[in-house]
Write a protein that binds this ligand. Structure first.
Ligand code: ACO
Length: 401
């Protein structure tokens, strides 16, 4: 930066750090991440253990409240969520007003924000009890909205879940059940979804989580803060990458499956194309979630008997990138979303819903971060800038300009 262009001096030193690559915005006891060593832990529990041994609701509880729950704590949490697993009937009218081809992330963000209007008690929450009530409300209602965005796209009638089912089973039931047809939950699909949601549940101060914290820091309500987080997640450089990965893999397949051609495109600086699903702001050796998910993709596709040529293209790209100097030099490795879309596709989830599934997984992380920020009584988020615009100018009447 040319210092002569810096105007509007402030009282002290301002650090310019575009993209906040090296700026901490808070202290946090939720997620530990070591990008060099490829370590990810929620509340001190290794992501590998959680993905293998826990279910999504247990992980959600641990993220939000700090420890893995006892059976009793988990049962109460689940009961309270189930009590709230309905939305006001008027919300259906809002959903109906959207065009059928609207992107489900836009719909989800709008509906989440709209819930505030129907649940005003969730807005001004100061005590832990008020926070808890807002949390179980959104944990109950969010899966309904997720299922409805997909049902709207498919032209299915809007439904509610069953109190008899587990959290993740209920999501599947709400998404896939058809009128006058029994829906049987496939345990392989349920386990895979549990795993995917756990792997996406938190990732410290990423773009959407920082958004939730900064919006929440103005004491806007939880649902409004989450709605902003959903919008941040939508972008292809963040959560939207899982949709972009599959679209890219399909385009490569349609184009004859020549992965080398696309590797060359990704390296060509005059071409804006990037290899979607590669690279990460903090993981510079490997993304531990990608390892778990790659194995899961093999298992799920094998168990379901799905043969997907897209998986072969994905493996080919990964192999080539690992041996390519451009990718090695820049430490670009497959991230969590390189394989997640392949699993979602095998489950029968439409491509446009992939980022919505990411949001469903990230919900407890956003909630945990929002709760921590409120309990820490953090000040309102307000970054500074260095002004590089015009100095004071004379005002000219419009007829003289
Ligand atoms: N393909 C080709 N080149 C890449 C890629 C890629 N996927 N990612 C980064 N690069 C190159 C950049 O062009 C740059 O090269 P240069 O140094 O020669 O200019 C260098 O690697 C560093 O890239 P930055 O964009 O500066 O890295 P940053 O940390 O800001 O970005 C990001 C990280 C956004 C994830 C980036 O790697 C990317 O765009 N990846 C593809 C999108 C993606 O998969 N996003 C999902 C992220 S994970 C998640 O949100 C769950």
């Amino acid at each position: 930066i040319d210092v002569k262009t810096l105007r509007g001096a402030t009282n002290g030193v301002i650090t310019i750090d575009p993209g906040y690559k090296n700026t901490g915005a808070c202290t946090s006891g939720i997620t530990f991440l070591d990008g060099e060593k490829g370590i990810l832990r929620y509340r001190g529990y290794a992501i590998e253990d959680l993905a293998e041994k826990a279910d999504f609701l247990e992980v959600a509880y641990a993220l939000i409240f700090g420890n893995l729950p006892t059976e009793e704590q988990l049962a109460k949490f689940h009961e309270d969520i189930k009590e709230n697993a309905i939305v006001d009937e008027e919300v259906k009218k809002i959903l109906e007003a959207f065009p059928k081809n609207a992107h489900p992330m836009g719909v989800l963000s709008s509906l989440t924000s709209a819930l505030t209007a129907f649940n005003p008690s969730s807005v001004n929450v100061d005590s832990e009890e008020e926070m808890y009530n807002a949390i179980v409300k959104i944990m109950g209602k969010f899966p309904v909205l997720v299922a409805w965005t997909m049902r709207k796209k498919k032209g299915f009638p809007l439904n509610y879940g069953s109190k008899k089912l587990g959290y993740v089973e209920n999501v599947l039931q709400m998404m896939f059940e058809k009128p006058h047809e029994d829906y049987e939950i496939n345990p392989i699909v349920k386990d895979a979804l549990d795993k995917l949601l756990i792997l996406h549940a938190d990732h410290e101060q990423n773009c959407s989580t920082s958004t939730v914290r900064i919006v929440g820091s103005s004491h806007a309500g939880l649902f409004a803060s989450l709605s902003a987080g959903i919008s941040a997640l939508w972008g292809p450089l963040h959560g939207g990458a899982n949709q972009a990965v599959l679209e890219m893999l399909e385009a490569i397949k349609e184009d004859g499956g020549d992965t080398k051609k696309y590797m060359a495109k990704a390296k060509d600086k005059s071409d804006p194309f990037r290899l979607m699903g590669f690279g990460h702001r903090v993981y510079k050796n490997f993304d531990p979630r990608a390892r778990i998910i790659k194995k899961a993709a093999d298992e799920v596709l094998g168990d379901l008997g799905v043969e997907d040529p897209i998986l072969d293209i994905a493996k080919g790209l990964e192999k080539e990138a690992l041996e390519d100097q451009y990718f090695v030099d820049r430490k670009l490795y497959p991230n969590v979303d390189f394989y997640s879309g392949i699993i979602y596709r095998a489950m029968g989830i439409p491509i446009e819903m992939f980022t919505v599934m990411f949001a469903l997984g990230r919900l407890p992380g956003w909630i945990a971060q929002w709760r921590e920020m409120r309990l820490n009584k953090e000040p309102i988020g307000r970054p500074r800038q260095i002004y590089t615009g015009e100095n004071l100018r004379d005002f000219k009447n419009i007829s003289d300009r």
